[in-house]
Unconditional design. Structure first.
Lengths: 194, 324
């Protein structure tokens, strides 16, 4: 924890430890912050984010999640556990859902990334966003961007053919508020609508 | 995370040339995680994920699966589901959809243990830091191995895919500076013994190119059973891959491997042999399960795994006998 923790530090630390408690290897020591890369160590990266071409120079150690949040200011994807166990950082890469915390940004060179910020069309919500509101599928909202993107991908995968399959298909997204019944209801609402 | 240089391999030859002293990066779900924790600190990363190593190809005698095929792709492949249902089930029982979309076959082969002490720089771990000791021996052992451990390491092998591949007697095809070679699945993962830091039978710079799985009648009648602390998205407490070839009411051939209990995927040929010629019934399954856990050493928090592993094996064999 830094000497003067900001709101985000406290929030992230709190959620990380809450998730860690429920999981088996959550007691790992977090290493100290890495030294900044020297300018000569920076590398070029080009990718498409929410339909926009982006070209950046980055530290090779940058994860896709940090790239989105810190370099591009897209804070919709959340840093929950930062170890691939909570799904709060879920984004779509070429239409497939992944945990952005476990990908180096360099791995998605040239790919198309969709974050929660890129889902709506102008003021018109994506049907899954609307379904989450209609079904009251969240409380604190921290996991919600990841839940919605995961649900969008699940329907595209075409395997959500039963309530059990929805629960299994959404199992990579943890909700500590326990909004699961309503999250499943939101997915069910859209299932079969094509 | 420590500093590293990053290189995208242009070809297999390019990757192998760059290989010695570097770490190969495929999906990164394991490697990036451990680099963030500073458990693994490669100074060079060679990204092999864009190489043409993703295909799944039927041969006359088996299926060849490219090293960089993702878990999702392999699990959904029609020939995998038809020929080796146990492999598809094992893959789908592991991790989450997000991870399966990225994690690869070769990455899964080289998946590191989830031992909490291995992942915690503040504790002793012979696997992470040879000679530092093993905090698990006197520690919390609910998720540690009861088979194949040594006085230096009892870290559990966490993979589901590998349990299925061990039962199916897959062969791993690699290329290194000295050419290509095949490694039988049972030889690929090393027991910890005196050197828990040596985990794989790979020479420096060797790159996994593909995994070959021979067709078999037992493979077509195979199932994976996994028992865990919650319904999904958790590592196994015990698991079993079982396949049976049954002819004229008798078992002609059996395939059996356990997960969640060993320091490596735990195939027991003696248990398979004990099933041969038997009627596919509970008494034979129980005897095979008994043989499969022979030599197990339990500790304070994992004595339950003995009985759980036996029952999981009986369950998997029963399902395999019932067929699809």
């Amino acid at each position: 924890m830094p000497p003067n923790p900001g709101r985000r530090d406290v929030l992230v630390g709190g959620i990380a430890s809450a998730i860690g408690l429920g999981l088996l290897d959550g007691c790992a020591t977090v290493p100290t912050a890495p030294a900044a890369a020297a300018p000569s160590d920076l590398v070029d990266l080009s990718l498409e984010v929410n339909g926009q071409r982006r070209a950046l120079r980055i530290d090779p150690r940058t994860t896709l999640l940090d790239l989105l949040r810190e370099n591009l200011g897209l804070t919709g994807a959340k840093k929950g556990c930062d170890m691939g166990q909570c799904g709060a950082c879920t984004v779509l890469v070429d239409g497939q859902r992944i945990d952005s915390c476990l990908a180096l940004a360099l791995q998605v060179e040239g790919r198309k990334v969709t974050t929660i910020e890129g889902l709506a069309r102008g003021e018109e919500l994506h049907p899954m966003q609307a379904a989450f509101i209609e079904e009251d599928a969240f409380q604190c909202g921290y996991c919600t961007p990841g839940q919605i993107l995961s649900a969008v991908a699940l329907l595209a995968e075409g395997v959500a053919d039963s309530d059990g399959a929805i629960r299994e298909g959404m199992s990579g997204n943890i909700c500590r508020c326990g909004a699961y019944p309503n999250i499943c209801a939101a997915v069910r609402r859209l299932r079969g609508r094509g | 995370m420590r500093h590293f240089s990053y290189q995208r391999a242009a070809s297999v030859e390019d990757a192998v040339r760059a290989g010695p002293g570097a770490a190969f990066l495929a999906g990164g779900t394991s490697l990036v995680d451990l680099m963030k924790l500073e458990v693994l600190n490669p100074s060079r990363l060679v990204d092999v994920s864009r190489l043409d190593l993703r295909g799944i190809e039927a041969r006359p005698d088996g299926l060849r699966i490219g090293a960089c095929a993702t878990n999702s792709e392999v699990a959904a492949h029609p020939e995998v589901k038809r020929r080796f249902p146990v492999l598809s089930e094992a893959l789908l029982s592991g991790a989450s959809p997000q991870l399966r979309n990225v994690a690869t076959v070769a990455g899964n082969l080289m998946q590191r243990t989830r031992c909490a002490y291995y992942r915690d720089l503040a504790t002793a771990c012979n696997k992470r830091e040879p000679g530092s000791g093993c905090a698990a021996l006197e520690g919390w052992t609910r998720m540690h191995a009861i088979l194949g451990g040594s006085e230096r390491c009892i870290a559990l092998h966490p993979s589901d895919m590998c349990v299925a591949m061990a039962a199916l007697q897959a062969v791993i095809h690699v290329r290194g500076p000295n050419g290509e070679r095949d490694i039988p699945f049972g030889d690929f993962h090393l027991l910890p013994g005196e050197h828990p830091e040596r985990e794989f039978a790979l020479e420096p710079g060797e790159l996994v190119l593909s995994v070959f799985i021979p067709f078999s009648a037992a493979g077509m009648r195979s199932r994976y059973v996994k028992v865990r602390d919650r319904a999904s998205y958790a590592f196994a407490l015990a698991s079993c891959a079982a396949g049976l070839e049954i002819a004229s009411g008798k078992i002609r051939a059996a395939q059996l491997a356990l997960g969640g209990v060993g320091t490596k995927p735990w195939r027991v040929p003696e248990a398979e042999q004990a099933l041969q010629g038997q009627s596919p019934e509970r008494v034979a399954f129980q005897r095979a399960a008994e043989i499969a856990v022979r030599g197990a050493q339990t500790r304070r928090d994992n004595a339950f795994k003995m009985e759980l592993a036996r029952r999981t094996a009986v369950r998997a064999l029963t399902l395999a006998a019932e067929g699809a």
